[in-house]
Design a protein around this ligand. Structure first.
Ligand code: AMP
Length: 120
């Protein structure tokens, strides 16, 4: 599998500061911000700062420090958004996964009772 990163994607522009975002948490390797079209009271996107297209790209090629930094950001988002009653983490990838933005992102969705997976 070859991963080709398009640096004009909207999350690349957010990382470069060209588009504003509602930041929840940031560290050296990851940024977490509110989804612009929230599906639940909590809907945060966690993205790596590196140029990775999808979860499988990130899992294969990101350094240990990047992977640890990313998961630390996930932990902080869960703590800061107070999803003690639970949440769902979703990583859509490519066409079958209906991924719209080609920069790896993990959706953290919660704050209400969710329906069962999967609808489609
Ligand atoms: P996906 O289908 O997994 O690629 O999801 C992309 C997500 O990015 C969607 O939930 C969008 O609402 C969200 N999104 C798109 N543009 C922005 C933006 N400028 N700021 C925050 N979230 C965005």
């Amino acid at each position: 599998m070859t991963f080709e990163y398009d640096d004009q994607n909207i999350f690349a522009k957010i990382l470069r500061g060209e588009i504003p975002n509602q930041t929840i948490y940031e560290n050296d390797h990851a940024l977490a911000f509110n989804d612009i079209n929230p599906q639940a009271p909590v809907h945060v996107l966690v993205i790596p700062k590196g140029a990775y297209v999808s979860l499988d790209h990130f899992a294969r090629d990101a350094s240990p420090a990047e992977q640890v930094g990313f998961m630390q950001a996930v932990a902080e988002v869960c703590r800061l958004t107070d999803v003690d009653q639970g949440f769902r983490a979703i990583a859509n990838a490519r066409s079958h996964g209906v991924q719209d933005v080609p920069h790896y992102h993990l959706h953290i969705i919660g704050g209400r009772q969710l329906g069962r997976m999967l609808q489609g």
